[in-house]
Design a binder for this molecule. Sequence first.
Ligand code: GDP
Ligand code: MG
Length: 162
Amino acid sequence: TRPVVAVVGRPNVGKSTLVNRILGRREAVVQDTPGVTRDRVSYDANWAGREFVLVDTGGWIAKAEGMSAHIAEQAEMAIQLADAVLFVVDAKVGLTDEDEAVVKVLRRSGKPVVLAANKVDDERVEAEASSLWQLGLGEPYPVSALHGRGSGDLLDALVKVL
Ligand code: GDP
Ligand code: MG
């Protein structure tokens, strides 16, 4: 059976955009308003001959309440059900408390994690991506989900842990 990859990260970091980039088509809903993808949505994907299931999740909100709690629950559930996690951070914004909250859950899960430093649309943001080594999740892969920059290296790293 195909391994399952959960795409997690706080709202608006570009998870759905990255999912579409990997799929090569616009299927996941991208919105300028955070928190639009409320539930887990699965897609069949492949890279370098390796097939896997990609699960787009709603964003992650620390100390969440109401609808946000539901989103966080879905993301945590997605991690539990996944074989590997694609953790997406916004390199332009840098780390936030919400990111740290996800990292805690990722550490607890013991699942293999590939770290995507998204919104690195050009080399000027590359230094920001390097600072993500401090998370202790291994190499941060700078990508632009919007333009496709770096997505090949990210996917190579992802299929290696599957
Ligand atoms: P999600 O909430 O994590 O699923 O984020 P979305 O995929 O819905 O994207 C949120 C916003 O970030 C949208 O306006 C996207 O167009 C934008 N975005 C996503 N990826 C990139 C990127 O690589 N570069 C830039 N500049 N914007 C991006
Ligand atoms: Mg989304």
